[in-house]
Ligand binder design. Structure first.
Ligand SMILES: Cc1cc2nc3c(=O)[nH]c(=O)nc-3n(C[C@H](O)[C@H](O)[C@H](O)COP(=O)(O)OP(=O)(O)OC[C@H]3O[C@@H](n4cnc5c(N)ncnc54)[C@H](O)[C@@H]3O)c2cc1C
Ligand SMILES: *[C@@H]1O[C@H](CO)[C@@H](O)[C@H](O)[C@H]1NC(C)=O
Ligand SMILES: *[C@@H]1O[C@H](CO)[C@@H](O)[C@H](O)[C@H]1NC(C)=O
Ligand SMILES: *[C@@H]1O[C@H](CO)[C@@H](O)[C@H](O)[C@H]1NC(C)=O
Length: 535
């Protein structure tokens, strides 16, 4: 990595130094995902004029990424608007006419079954059998009952007992197993199927949580994530439309693409350094000398700022916080970053010439009978595909063609990311042949997949509350620097926004939007006098 010289001559400031106190604060937003764009939009609309958004990649949207193939749009990232009234993403979509009519069948039924409308899920076993519908229904009811129990620990402050290890996975497996084994009405064969189904449901749940497995997800905190009531909507023309609508109100010159940030020098560390090394006639504009923060980009540009809003993912923070901040982050912030969880959920789209599934089938769920007694869901590298929990049928075929959308999470998703397209397509097809008992399924004609885990700008899909962490850590992550205790320093030099900083709505698009608006609101409040009396 090259090291950058501190030079500020690239920062042309139209304001003369005499205006220093009266000038508009300079705000730099890092990341042009939903959080960054929402923050920038809110700041500009409130009258701030010196706002810059720096984005590492060559596109806006971040973890919203819609890919157009033929007539159809496929979502590599966010897919559903979860809930309606009170969800800012829903309102944006609704106000801009992006939603189709909804029907009751679009409502989610229970926790698992996801949001695929039309038709029924086919639970297939590795011996090519379909699990009877009544067995699936009984099991779903049982699973949802136990899911409800997991919510009570947070919602009713129920104490967690030691055997559950404060883990959703351990608790759920344990309680569901006991109930399955104790059911006097089931034959041994049915019991065995249900025991195998537990693991499949936990894989689906883990894909929903973007954890390696549910064993890492905190039981005592699980119920803090809050669902906004209402249907789950997709945006037929692509989720990216939401991003484009937000960006519409932001002048083009505000957003700089392909501008990765290398280090955020806060606490006036650069200004102090300049004062130390440079003679007082240095060519640094007077204006920049007192800057609280300098944002150092990979291309060696130093951008002075009064406030920086960091929206990079928790995965990027985990990997890079030591080098991304100078001086280093306070211990409390580092602890929160390390304790909270983020892992990978990836999608695998397979397009087939002809459907090999029946028209009522909305998804294929893979139940491995040999996993009935397994304690953990971690596989040797060559068996990564056993972590694929299901393929959804994209509906309607007139829009998407004959496309299956598969889900995989955790370490095995990272292994999948390393394989080439050919290997993944072949492996998935082999799996579909095995579970459907149809050895003649031809290879898909196209494959498209995500790689959120290995992408250096994301390092994971979305956050969760890991065993050992809590909502308090989310608050600590969100808290602006410097902390109020060191009140002599200028306030709110480095601010934090993004999906992982929302205590109730982490892991969602609306959480990201609200977190961006939240940080903008802090600055709007701080500068209300300046904003109300424009000169
Ligand atoms: C597979 C998948 C499925 C999902 N499904 C749903 C769903 O159905 N519904 C839902 O509501 N949510 C869903 N989500 C979650 C949702 O996409 C995210 O919560 C949200 O988009 C996060 O927005 P953000 O602004 O917080 O972060 P990001 O979108 O990650 O934005 C941060 C930006 O920072 C940039 N960046 C990183 N490092 C640097 C750097 N050094 N310098 C400059 N820029 C940098 C990144 O490139 C990125 O553009 C899903 C996510 C994934 C991955
Ligand atoms: C779970 O709880 C929800 C809300 O409290 C309730 O509507 C639902 O019927 C419960 N489901 C089961 C299977 O107990
Ligand atoms: C910030 O700067 C002040 C004054 O130079 C110093 O006392 C303080 O320790 C610094 N804070 C951090 C987090 O480095
Ligand atoms: C996910 O979890 C696995 C297993 O614990 C780990 O190896 C990996 O680094 C984690 N991170 C990401 C980004 O997937």
């Amino acid at each position: 990595m090259q090291s950058c010289e501190i030079s500020a001559d690239s920062t042309d400031d139209p304001l003369s130094s005499g205006l220093r106190r009266k000038r508009q604060p300079r705000i730099v937003v890092i990341g042009a995902g939903l959080a960054g764009l929402s923050a920038a939009k809110a700041l500009l609309e409130s009258g701030f004029t010196d706002v810059t958004v720096l984005e590492a990649t060559d596109r806006i949207g971040g973890r919203v990424q819609s890919v157009r193939l033929g007539h159809a749009t496929f979502e590599l990232g966010a897919t559903w608007i979860h809930g309606s009234h009170g969800n800012p993403v829903y309102h944006l979509a609704e106000d801009n006419g992006l939603l189709e009519e909804t029907t009751d069948s679009e409502r989610s039924v229970g926790r698992i079954s996801l949001y695929s409308k039309n038709g029924v899920a086919y639970h297939l076993t590795n011996s090519g059998q379909r699990i009877p519908k009544d067995v699936v229904e009984e099991f779903s009811d049982l699973y949802n009952e136990v899911y409800n129990l997991t919510q009570e620990f947070f919602q009713r402050g129920k104490p967690v007992n030691a055997e559950s290890q404060n883990s959703v996975g351990v608790f759920t497996r344990d309680v569901v197993r006991k109930r399955v084994k104790a059911d006097p009405d089931d034959t041994e064969a049915v019991k065995r199927l249900k025991l195998a189904m537990i693991q499949q449901y936990l894989k689906v749940e883990s894909c929903e949580s973007s954890s390696h497995s549910m064993d890492e997800v905190s039981l005592s905190e699980f119920g803090e994530w809050t669902e906004i009531p209402g249907a789950h909507h997709v945006i037929p023309c692509g989720f990216i439309k939401i991003v484009e609508i937000l960006a519409r109100s932001i002048p083009k010159s505000v957003i700089q693409l392909r501008k990765p940030v290398k280090c955020i020098h806060w606490n006036q560390s650069v200004s102090k350094e300049i004062e130390r090394v440079a003679d007082h006639n240095s060519d640094l504009p007077e204006e920049n000398k007192g800057s609280n923060v300098f944002v150092e980009c990979e291309d060696c540009e130093f951008i002075p700022a009064d406030h920086v809003i960091v929206t990079v993912s928790l995965g990027v923070l985990k990997k890079r916080h030591e080098s991304l901040f100078h001086p280093r982050l306070p211990e409390e912030k580092v602890m929160a970053i390390e304790k909270l969880g983020i892992n990978t959920t990836d999608k695998i789209f397979l397009e087939f010439e002809e459907p090999f599934w029946s028209s009522e089938c909305n998804s294929i769920q893979f139940v491995w009978e040999d996993e009935a007694e397994s304690e953990s869901l971690t596989y040797p590298e060559e068996l990564w595909y056993k972590k694929i929990c299901s393929f959804d049928v994209l509906y309607p075929p007139e829009r998407y063609g004959h496309v299956l959308s598969g889900w995989i999470c955790g370490e095995e998703a990272l292994i999948m990311e390393k394989c080439d397209d050919e290997t993944v397509a072949e492996t998935c097809t082999e799996m579909l042949r095995k579970f459907t008992g149809n050895p003649n399924i031809p290879k898909p004609r196209r494959i498209l997949r995500s790689s959120w885990g290995s992408n250096p700008h994301f390092r994971g899909s979305y956050s969760y509350t890991q065993v050992g962490s809590s909502g308090a850590d989310v608050e600590k992550l969100a808290k602006p620097l410097p902390y109020a205790e060191s009140s002599k320093s200028p306030p709110m030099q480095v601010m934090f926004s993004g999906e992982a900083t929302h205590r109730k709505y982490y892991s969602t698009t609306h959480g990201a939007v609200l977190s961006g608006q939240r940080e903008a609101a802090r600055l709007i409040e701080m500068y209300q006098d300046l904003l109300q009396c424009p000169t």
